[in-house]
Design a protein around this ligand. Sequence first.
Ligand SMILES: Nc1ncnc2c1ncn2[C@@H]1O[C@H](COP(=O)(O)OP(=O)(O)OP(=O)(O)O)[C@@H](O)[C@H]1O
Length: 335
Amino acid sequence: MTQAIVVEGLRKKFGHREVLHGLDFAVEAGTVFGVIGPNGAGKTTTMRCLLDIIRPSAGSISVLGQHPRSAGTSLRRRIGYLPGELHLENRTTGRRTLEHFAAISGPVDPHHVNDLADRLNLDLDRQTRKLSKGNKQKLGLLQAFMHQPELLVLDEPTSGLDPLVQQVFHAMVREAVAAGATVFLSSHVLSEVQQAADAVAILRDGEIVTVSTVEALRMAAVRQLRFNSTGTAANDVGALLARVPGVANVAVRELPADGHAAGTVVATATLSGHVQPLVQELARLNLTDLVLEEPDLEEAVLTLYTGGADAEPAAGTVAAGSASSPRRAEGAHRA
Ligand SMILES: Nc1ncnc2c1ncn2[C@@H]1O[C@H](COP(=O)(O)OP(=O)(O)OP(=O)(O)O)[C@@H](O)[C@H]1O
């Protein structure tokens, strides 16, 4: 499979201050790659380097097999770009604005534009200055998607969109990928990218902390476990849990007989990693209740954001760093 984006050793300085410290990553063609990170992490700066809006201080970038710096407008036409802040001419309509963008991005099918506007519920004949924040964002999305580009670079695409329109956006992404496009998008929070992305890079202070699949993040995230069992002493339940890989914070106690079967033991613990070893051990018990909560991915990502004590890259992930070759996210490939 070919790579739509290859970034090696990307550094960017503004004045004396370096804000990107040597990023290495690659995006497989036909996949969705999400970059998440807190404010100021460098997401927008990375995207602007990909589009040659700003020049890197060091490192190399290949986009759709070309170098953005030398490729010029021919490459630009193959890309749809939603900037974080879209500057719109106030005294014109959405339709005229799109015509202006079409002059840059290349031929656009007007039926396709109308179809997208309908789906996004956007009135193209309104003056752009009268559009709400969310409607301006829809116009920004429309100009990014309208020429059916090979690569979509979308800076905070769901910002300001209501949940229904977010669903339309996710459908648009799926359709673009089904047609062979590659999508590179950014967000502050995982929930926005987890629906769409095959691979997720977590960016913190101008460095990639980890590149992972959503599934690998899920594996690394901690889940709460609680169950009731009968017929086994509390100490033995505790010992059984203690030998399961990934289980921690075990607490076991016997419930008073009132309202419960005699000898009911309630156990709580946390689990990270695979569930199968846990299920195997639990099968030895006579369970009367069992709850294994959904992993809190946001929390897992926040730990990586802040570099907390447990901020190890997720199992099965690829840590990106100073290596000379770009790393690929495991399992991030489409068949
Ligand atoms: N033109 C510029 N001049 C000086 N510093 C800049 C410039 N553009 C960005 N920066 C700095 O670079 C760092 C990264 O900013 P960037 O906008 O790329 O972050 P981000 O991850 O996109 O943040 P956000 O989520 O807030 O949009 C920040 O510290 C920012 O202040």
